[in-house]
Write a protein that binds this ligand. Structure first.
Ligand code: ASP
Length: 583
């Protein structure tokens, strides 16, 4: 090997040893008679010392080194005169005897240190350089550990990791597919999997009763900060289980990851039905690190000739404890926030509870002190608190209030980074009605089993049927979701019919699955976790991109390899995507 030690390894005990190190030049400093070089690799930084009097030629050579040159040095480990407590190797340095440049480097387009001067775009273009920076390196290390600990836990429970194909068939449900033209089959296409869903179910039919896979999935969706066109799931499936078994098994996985990687014992996993989550928090992934729950206030708000309230289906409030001191400016900012098109409220009504117990509201014209006291009683507001109210259509108003609740909580510092509040949201509706297309869609996916006790509603009131489906939510982030599956061919066929498939279409798209169900399909269910998101949660940031070695930007582009890109005429013709013109 070209080195005896890494740059993060040498300590006081190594003093007196002759070593060979290799790595990248982070910095060269000339201090009179001495030249110091910080040598970096994945493991850390070691200081190299060159003494001009001892070896002028060698010192001269060191002075000429540029940033990011790759070098190899031989030398003696000595104790440093001025120690650096910031560095693990900060008590030693290398008295260099020989220096070899293994490769020169152009001046990098941005500084390769913890804090860089490079903008987003340039760092994406030179991702291989950005990945040399310690923060990104630490993110990838964390991701690696998560993968290893996941495999350990799953293997310990006899789960088998089995690969499923990437070239599969396009299906009309869910998100948009990425498709791949087939050269050998003119006019036909593969699709990249949005998830291995049907394959893992087939594996259950095959008898591999505990499957998992850390697997890439592809969805051609509009991108946001927490979305990537290709992303990774911890995909899992089990046979001969009920919902409770799955919740316990995967609560165990997440607990294991938190204890083994963060040394944190998670609190109890709360359980909440979907209906409750929507009513109390306006979201199916509520952040329950703090309270500020919704209070429905129609009874104390309506009937005072205030048309905004009187005409509303729902009047809903929250009590922001301690926010009574919000200034006029802050309140105006909150109003602007709820009025943003992304939130979509028409306005915000507030009521401060003064320290002397009196009230100051934005609608004093309509509501006297007595009426405002009823608001305070309803919401539990005390002196120093602030009641915030929105009114309108139930669904829209709840969504708006969810945004407001999170915004206010951020301002009050209630969303603490080092606190974790895990939650299972259960009893999701099976179907979702879409006004535009006038049909039902599967809320989770078409393979999700209705609750057995709701089966009889399937024909009469399908919209009221709940599913054996569940999401794991931590701190307002949906980490994973899954369901108990249908394993009965007739029920699966019925489900497709409800979703608007003709028998023929269902057969064409999913005949393989329904066929398999005729050969002894065991009861089964599973879950999939967003692996990139899990890494981001563990790392304490929102952006999953920072945990992916080579991510795409917001426009779905890889700026480094510059793709998507055009392909040649020949390729297009070969793939039957362009008709060859007779010349
Ligand atoms: N395949 C599902 C998804 O990707 C997860 C599951 O039901 O296991 O959301």
């Amino acid at each position: 090997m070209l080195r005896t030690h890494t740059n993060g390894e040498l300590r006081i005990d190594h003093v007196g040893e002759s070593v060979t190190l290799a790595g990248w030049v982070q910095r060269v400093r000339n201090m009179g008679g001495m030249t110091f070089v910080d040598l970096r690799d994945r493991y850390g930084i070691t200081q190299l010392g060159f003494n001009i009097e001892k070896d002028p030629a060698l010192c001269e050579k060191a002075r000429k080194l540029g940033r990011e040159y790759v070098i190899q040095v031989e030398g003696l480990v000595i104790e440093r005169e001025s120690k650096n407590a910031q560095l693990a190797t900060g008590v030693i340095e290398i008295d260099v005897k020989a220096l070899k440049v293994l490769n020169a480097s152009e001046v990098p387009p941005f500084t390769i240190e913890d804090e860089t001067d490079g903008g987003e775009e340039i760092r994406m273009k030179y991702r291989y350089l950005d990945l040399r920076r310690p923060p990104l390196r630490k993110n990838l290390e964390l991701r690696h550990k998560l993968a290893i600990e996941t495999r350990k836990y799953m293997d310990g429970l006899k789960f088998m990791e089995i690969e499923t194909p990437y070239l599969i068939k396009s299906t009309p449900e869910g998100a948009r597919d990425f498709v791949v033209p087939s050269r050998m089959n003119e006019g036909e296409f593969y699709a990249l999997p949005q998830s291995p869903q049907t394959f893992k179910q087939l594996l259950m039919v095959s008898g591999y009763d505990r499957y998992f896979q850390i697997v890439r999935c592809f969805r051609d969706e509009d991108l946001r900060a927490d979305r990537q066109p290709e992303f990774t799931q911890i995909d899992c499936e089990m046979a001969f289980v009920e919902q409770e078994d799955i919740l316990n098994t995967f609560e165990g996985l997440v607990r294991h990851l938190f204890t083994s990687i963060k040394g944190i014992e998670l609190p109890e996993f709360k359980r909440m039905t979907y209906a409750e989550a929507i009513q109390r928090y306006g979201s199916d992934k509520p952040d329950i690190r703090f309270g500020m729950e919704f209070v429905e206030m129609n009874d104390v708000c309506q009937g005072s000739d205030f048309v905004v309230f009187d005409s509303a289906e729902l009047v809903v409030g929250i009590n922001a404890e301690g926010a009574g001191e919000f200034t006029r400016k802050q309140l105006d900012a909150l109003t602007d926030f709820v009025k943003r098109p992304q939130v979509g409220a028409k306005g915000l009504i507030y009521c401060k509870v003064n320290e002397d117990g009196t009230f100051k509201s934005s609608v004093d014209k309509f509501f006297d002190q007595e009426k405002l006291a009823a608001w305070a009683e309803k919401t539990g507001a005390k002196p120093g608190d602030l009641i915030l109210i929105l009114a309108g259509d139930t669904n829209a108003t709840r969504k708006q209030m969810n945004e407001l609740r999170l915004n206010v909580a951020d301002q009050l510092g209630l969303r603490k980074k080092d606190e974790y509040a895990p939650l299972w949201v259960v009893d999701f509706p099976l179907l979702e009605w879409d006004e535009d297309t006038q049909r039902f869609y599967a809320m989770h996916h078409p393979f999700t089993s209705p609750k057995p006790e709701h089966l009889s509603l399937l024909d009469s009131e399908p919209g009221k049927v709940n599913a054996n489906a569940y999401d794991m939510v931590i701190n307002g982030v949906e980490l994973g979701g899954g369901s108990i599956r249908i394993h009965d061919q007739a029920l699966q066929a019925k489900m497709f019919k409800l979703l608007g498939f003709s028998d023929e279409e269902a057969q064409k798209q999913f005949g393989f699955l329904m066929g398999a169900f005729q050969y002894g399909a065991p009861p089964h269910g599973g879950i999939a976790f967003g692996f990139d998101r899990l890494a981001a949660i563990f790392g304490g940031t929102d952006s999953i991109r920072d945990y992916i070695a080579f991510p795409k930007n917001n426009a779905g582009r890889d700026l480094m390899i510059d793709t998507p890109a055009t392909i040649s005429e020949e390729q297009l013709q070969e793939l039957h995507l362009k008709v060859q013109h007779e010349s």
